[in-house]
Design a protein around this ligand. Structure first.
Ligand SMILES: Nc1ncnc2c1ncn2[C@@H]1O[C@H](COP(=O)(O)OP(=O)(O)OP(=O)(O)O)[C@@H](O)[C@H]1O
Ligand SMILES: [Mg+2]
Length: 234
């Protein structure tokens, strides 16, 4: 579904991503584990077109989108939940969800109503300003907003950052059930070992802008071994 070949990108003259290659099948959940500054956000921003690729290619469902604008990629079914969530703080939670419909041009709220069944925690909060929600509630809202556009590929940037453990677990469960029901493909970048192991079928490691290998399936869940793969200084 997503074929990334030798992707390079950076900021001005500073290269950050070096020859990233990935192949993700439809319906897969792939985790990408990496410490601060390793290039996780840069990779996702290049995949959705917020940042220009300096070389390499991104093919999504057979279309070469390497040079496509972000809105064109969104129309094809790519959705991105950015690091820090980017909720509109002064809009109500409901209006934040409505913004998720812009992509499909849908006017009825049926999609949002159906979606809220999977996000019961949001239901009593719909009239509240987005900025008045807790970090975990904002993350659920950002996820629901992205799903309102009915994407087939969801790119998630550190959804657990700064969030309480109880909501982290709830987000993992929500993602697992949505993945099965909506046949979503998920690319998750994270530093939280437990969450990435719970949500991903396979986990790749990103180090200094390169994919540094895959953690064998038998080691997912063994947090000591997993952390050795990422090796802060390695
Ligand atoms: N706008 C920018 N201009 C210049 N350099 C940048 C910019 N954004 C990120 N970088 C640099 O690119 C490298 C990768 O950053 P990136 O944000 O992709 O890392 P990350 O893995 O997402 O880190 P974190 O876990 O802290 O979110 C870092 O060295 C960072 O300083
Ligand atoms: Mg980041």
């Amino acid at each position: 579904m997503l074929e990334v070949s030798n992707l390079c990108a950076g900021y001005g003259a500073i290269p950050v991503l070096h020859d990233i290659s990935l192949n993700i099948e439809a319906g897969e959940s792939v985790g990408i584990l990496g410490h601060n500054g390793m290039g996780k956000t840069t990779m996702l921003r290049t995949l959705i077109g917020a940042l220009r690729a300096s070389s390499g290619s991104v093919v999504f469902n057979g279309s070469d989108v390497t040079h496509a604008a972000p809105h064109a990629r969104a129309k094809l079914g790519m959705a991105y939940v950015p690091q820090g969530r980017e909720i509109f703080p002064t809009l109500s939670a409901m209006d934040n969800l409505r913004m998720g419909l812009v992509k499909t041009g849908e006017r009825s709220l049926d999609t949002i109503e159906a979606l809220l069944e999977d996000f019961p925690r949001l239901k009593p909060l719909l009239d509240r300003a987005g900025g008045a929600l807790s970090g975990g509630e904002q993350q659920l809202l950002a996820l629901a907003r992205a799903l309102a556009g009915k994407p087939s590929l969801l790119l998630l940037d550190e959804p657990t950052e700064g969030i309480q453990p109880s909501i982290i677990e709830e987000i993992a469960e929500t993602l697992a059930s949505l993945r099965n029901r909506m046949k979503l493909t998920i690319v998750l970048v994270e530093q939280n070992l437990e969450f990435i192991a719970a949500v991903s079928q396979r986990v790749l490691v990103i180090k200094r802008g390169q994919i540094g290998g895959e953690i064998p399936r038998e080691h997912l869940g063994d947090f000591e071994i997993m952390s050795q793969y990422t090796g802060v200084h390695g």
